[in-house]
Design a protein around this ligand. Sequence first.
Ligand code: SAM
Length: 334
Amino acid sequence: MQHAAASQGGMRDQYGREIRDLRVSLTDRCNLRCVYCMPEETAFAPREEILTDDEILTLIRVAAELGVKKVRLTGGEPTVRANIVELVGRIAQVPGIQDLAMTTNGVRLARLAQPLADGGLRRINVSLDSLNREKYHAITRWGNLDDVLDGLNAARAAGLRPIKINAVVVRGFNEDDVVDLARLTLTHGYAVRFIEMMPFGSVAGFQTNAYVPSAETASRIEDALGPLTPLDVTGYDPARTYRLEGARGTLGFISSVSQPFCAQCGRLRLTAEGRLRLCLLRDDEADLRTPLRNGATYDEIRERFRAAAYRKPWGHGLARGVIPRRRIMSQIGG
Ligand code: SAM
C-alpha cells in the first residue's frame, strides 16, 4: 500500500485545510436514548445499508493513503456493533493510521476495555453528562451510571490514555452537575470536557432552547471550585483547556456554537451507511457505498474520497440560522 499523499503533506480541502482526521460511525444503533440526541422510538437503517467490516476497512485504507492519520470510532454506540473487538484489531493494522480512538457511552466498557486495548485502541472518550444516578438515568432514558463508572475503571486498568469525559450541558437537566464533573479532575487524571449542545433536524427546537453557553458553564465551575488556569496545548484540539488549582486532570470547553473552530477543522465523518459527511453541521455528503458496491475500482473510490474532501465547506452557519436537517447526532456520531 502506498502513502503518496502522506508524503506530499496530506490531502487538503479547497481552503487549504489539511484533512488528517476521520470519524467513522460503526452503527446508527445505540443502547441509550439521550434526550437531546435521539427520540426514544426511532427507526434505524436496515442492516444491509450499513457498511460491512470489509467496506469500512477499504474506506479507512483509502483515507490513510490520502493522508488521514487519526481515526475515531463512534456510533450510534460503537460498542454495540457485532465483533467490535475484531474490527478494531483490523483497523489498528491499517498502515498510516497512527492514532485509533473511540467515543462511547461507556456502558459496555467494563467488559470491552481490555480486549479493545489489546486490539490496538489507544485512547477513549466516554460520554457522561452527570454523576448523579437519577439525573444520569433521566438524561439517558435507559442508562445506569454504575455501568459507566465501571467502564471508566476498566479503561484506566487497560491503559487507555488519555481518558476524556465528554459532557453535553443541557439546561434543565445537568447545568448544575458540571461542578461535580469538574471536581473529578481534582482526584483523577481525566480530561473532562463540556460541550455546547448543537441543533440537528427534528430535535433542533429542544436543543436550541436547552443550549447553555460555555461561558456560563465556566463561571459556574469557577464560582464553586476556584479559578481556571488556561493551558497551552500543543497540536489541534477543539477544546479550550484549563486546570483547576492542584488538579490532576484538565477541564476543556468545546464551544462549537459560541466560538466555532471551523478554521482549524481537518475532520471528515463517515456515516454507518457509507456517506462521507463533510461538516458536522451541514448536510453536504458524498455517497461512497454505492460506488463501492457497484464495483468501482480502488483508485476510483480514492478519487471520489479525495474530490469530496476537497469540497469540505468552510464552516457551519448556525449564526445565520442554518441547521442541518437530514440527520440527528446519533446518525452522524459527533
Ligand atoms: N454513543 C457514543 C457516545 O455516547 O459517545 C457515540 C455517539 S454520540 C452521538 C457522540 C457524542 O455526541 C456524545 O458525547 C453525545 O453526548 C454527543 N451529542 C449528542 N447530541 C449532541 C448535540 N446535539 N450537541 C452536542 N453533542 C451531542
